[in-house]
Design a protein around this ligand. Structure first.
Ligand code: S3P
Length: 179
């Protein structure tokens, strides 16, 4: 799908998808080459709260975290020409997918459960939903959770399969028409 907006039109691009799908990796890279500002919702929540996400889950519970990430997400209504990496669950709570589709363009970074597993196996500690899981349990969790979340992720206007993406790839939405 090719979407080229007028250079005068604002662009607010939300990257959604499962943990380990590369939202931060690709988002910061794409923002840098296209001149957009990059933001990561998890990082903003941690900075504002002065706690890691693992600490927020442990001390205040997941529900509280969901409200914090939603509050941060909604602040982007005031920003333009930005690429925003959401958390893996952001699109699935508080009607955030509808809000993002109304206020910008969502890109779903789709990856297979096997590839996500390979990326997450060595970094479960900082992710409270998976930190107690190992090997087959982790793969099972990822597979089931993707199935549960897919109906939210699929509402993105653009879906990109990231498993075979080359480093020089840039989504059309981030190409400036006048570039
Ligand atoms: C979560 C994903 C994490 C973070 C939190 C919850 C989820 O973000 O928001 O641990 O529910 O999938 P990443 O997708 O950046 O790991």
């Amino acid at each position: 799908m090719t979407i080229l907006l007028d250079s005068s039109e604002f662009r607010r691009v939300f990257l959604i998808g499962f943990m380990g799908s590369g939202k931060t990796f690709w988002g910061s890279k794409w923002a840098a080459v296209s001149g957009f500002k990059f933001f990561d919702i998890d990082e903003i929540v941690e900075a504002e709260q002065g706690k890691t996400i693992a600490e927020i889950f442990a001390q205040d519970g997941e529900g509280h975290f969901r409200n914090l990430e939603t509050d941060v997400l909604r602040t982007f209504v005031d920003k333009q020409n930005v690429v925003i990496a959401t958390g893996g669950g952001t699109a699935c709570y508080n009607d955030n997918i509808t809000w993002m589709n109304t206020n910008g363009t969502c890109i779903y970074l789709r990856s297979s459960a096997e590839n996500i597993f390979k990326r997450l196996i060595s970094e479960t500690e900082k992710r409270p939903l998976i930190k107690h899981l190992q090997n087959n349990e982790l793969l099972f969790y990822i597979t089931e959770k993707i199935k549960e979340r897919e109906s939210f992720y699929q509402q993105a206007e653009i879906i990109i399969d990231v498993d075979n993406l080359t480093e020089d790839y840039l989504p059309d939405i981030l190409k400036r028409k006048d570039a």
